[in-house]
Design a protein around this ligand. Sequence first.
Ligand SMILES: [Zn+2]
Length: 238
Amino acid sequence: MPNRAAHLILVPLLALLASCIAGLPPLPPLPPTYDDNCAPSHTEYLTKARDRQHRLAPSELAGDMAAMRDYCWAQTTSRGWLIAIKAEKDPSAGWSTTIPTPVPTVALTRRWSELDTESQAATICHELVHVKQAGELGTTVFLGLWLTSHGRFALEVPAFSDSLSVHEAAGQDVTPSARLETWAELADEVGRRPQLDADRFVEKYRLSDLPISTMPHDCAVRWAEQIWSEGRSPLPSE
Ligand SMILES: [Zn+2]
């Protein structure tokens, strides 16, 4: 990674760590540890994952997926963000992401034009959650959270919740068994990707001496499923 990119990542992370150690509100504390039952030593990241303030309100959800996509698109650009489609040669071109600095941009997968309208709506509404999160937290804290598995978990659970809400608004199967399957898939995604990224980051910059722990994958999956099931009708196994 070029020096400038490393600088962009390291400075926010170290600022976040310094702020955490200094105990300055409202930054999140250092990541918790988990016992054998996935009970955390503190619940701040779980509370953040449960936060509904950046999600679409039920009144904003529409069954017309073109209207849904256009609504989330307009909500994104009205906040001053650019929306761009990733270049073919970009190594991360296969997925969409939110880049708050230097120019706040939602970078869409290069396959954007091949996605059906429902997938486009779910994708842009997912990224809108991150846009709102970045707006509230500020670039430093947002990137700091992005770089730890606990932080990514806290950011991704609400975003994937809205992806799911959009698919449900489109009339996708919302029977309990179908939801359980979708949740398991999403929970695995939320648990796996942040952990891989965080592990690589810690290894690459030899940060293992710093008090950064990664969220255990099985705990991420378990907690994501638990949070997604809250506020919905009970599943058969509950
Ligand atoms: Zn996301």
